[in-house]
Design a binder for this molecule. Structure first.
Ligand SMILES: C[S@@+](CC[C@H](N)C(=O)[O-])C[C@H]1O[C@@H](n2cnc3c(N)ncnc32)[C@H](O)[C@@H]1O
Ligand code: SF4
Length: 365
């Protein structure tokens, strides 16, 4: 039984220059076909594999780029097809420029329990550097609207190490976020992703990342958020008690998940596939009944276990020492360096270890 469902909505109000998620600018002409294709894909998947979701995550792209009517069509269609008796969390990602009271109220009424909103920064200048479509005042108003609509669980996304960003700007973005009291905060270090315009500027030498600067801002993030009562339960994710994202925890603990929509990944047992990352082709293939998969991978038990270890290590639960006994020499080295520490039968990253988490996780894959 698959218990975690992801739905990819590939539309955005405007494409940001740093982002490599599969998305395109919203296009009215494509939307209805896309909504029907997602529902048809769900019918098809449910015929081959039982699905009873405990978590649903609508990501993107920007799910809130859909109009209120389109969201109603999609969510109602989903509700009528799914057994939601075990559903504990339903997240939907929003961009502040696409929030309205009518939309947020509809989402709440249709069962969405958690909104994840991309704020990125509270600094007007940095929002421009990031090419965002909204300003800081709009983001704050959108946050208030979510609360007015009765959304009880809200995450705000932030990005640090943005070109030109100063320490003081990041400190004040953290303070502003804390003052709003969201339930959850995701704070990502900017990455230069291939096929983005930020990557081109980085490749030309216009942007020059500095690892020690990134580490300094990351340490400030950990200090400020933990002092404000947010537990760092994963490298980039901080939550008030009981507000960890159950859907992401499912990924990090290697649960099976089904992904619908263009570019979405699914992993069920040892089979992993990705849907074609093109909205028109996706729709055409679903309509013709040929299936939307564009790549399939047969995983080995060893790969799946290694991924599980690498993901778990990024969380505050860490990994059982017994599960990584095969790497005892490397582990002893990491402990001696102060990157890993024992917590009962588990090994968890120390504060120093979180700064080099990718390198440590890479040992197991
Ligand atoms: C799908 S978007 C969230 C919702 C909505 N599309 C928005 O941007 O407001 C997921 C998040 O990934 C983060 N992100 C995207 N590209 C990134 C990059 N290159 N480096 C760091 N974080 C990035 C941003 O914080 C963004 O909010
Ligand atoms: S950050 Fe969000 S709004 Fe910007 S392009 Fe990526 S998915 Fe779209």
């Amino acid at each position: 039984m698959t218990r975690h469902l992801y739905v990819h909505i590939p539309f955005c109000p405007k494409v940001c220059p740093y982002c490599s998620f599969y998305k395109e600018a919203s296009d009215r002409n494509k939307t209805q076909d896309f909504l029907d294709a997602v529902l048809t894909e769900l019918d098809f998947r449910q015929r081959e594999q039982p699905l009873q979701p405990e978590t649903i995550f609508f990501g993107g792209g920007t799910p809130s780029a859909l109009s209120t009517g389109q969201l109603e069509y999609l969510l109602t269609g989903l509700r009528s097809r799914l057994d939601l008796s075990q559903l504990a969390e339903w997240t939907l990602e929003m961009n502040p420029a696409t929030v309205s009271l009518e939309k947020a109220t509809l989402l709440r009424d249709l069962g969405v329990t958690r909104i994840s909103m991309g704020v990125q920064s509270w600094d007007e200048g940095l929002l421009k550097v990031l090419g965002r479509v909204h300003n800081a005042r709009q983001a704050e108003r959108s946050y208030e609207i979510l609360r007015e609509a009765g959304i009880g669980n809200v995450n705000l996304d932030l990005i640090f190490a943005v070109p030109t960003q100063t320490r003081a700007q990041w400190e004040s973005s953290l303070a502003k976020t804390i003052a709003l009291q969201p339930d959850h905060i995701s704070a990502y270090c900017l990455t230069y992703e291939e096929d983005t315009s930020f990557y081109e500027r980085f490749a030309k030498g216009e942007f020059q990342p500095d690892e020690s600067w990134d580490a300094d801002l990351f340490e400030m993030t950990m200090d400020r958020l933990s002092a404000a009562g947010y537990a760092q339960y994963e490298i980039s994710n901080y939550a008030r008690p009981g507000r960890e994202c159950a859907h992401n925890l499912a990924y990090w603990t290697a649960r099976d998940y089904l992904g619908l929509g263009p570019s979405a990944f699914s992993t069920i047992g040892l089979r992993r596939w990705q849907n074609v990352p093109d909205t028109v082709t996706y729709g055409a293939r679903i309509r013709s009944g040929t299936g939307a998969e564009s790549s399939v991978e047969q995983l080995s038990e060893t790969t799946r276990r290694a991924e599980h270890l690498a993901f778990s290590l990024r969380t505050d639960r860490g990994v059982r020492r017994d599960d990584i006994a095969a790497w005892s020499d490397e582990i002893a080295g990491f402990e001696a360096e102060g990157f890993l520490e024992a917590r009962g039968e588990h090994l968890v990253l120390t504060r120093r270890g979180r700064l080099v988490a990718d390198a440590i996780g890479g040992t197991f894959v």
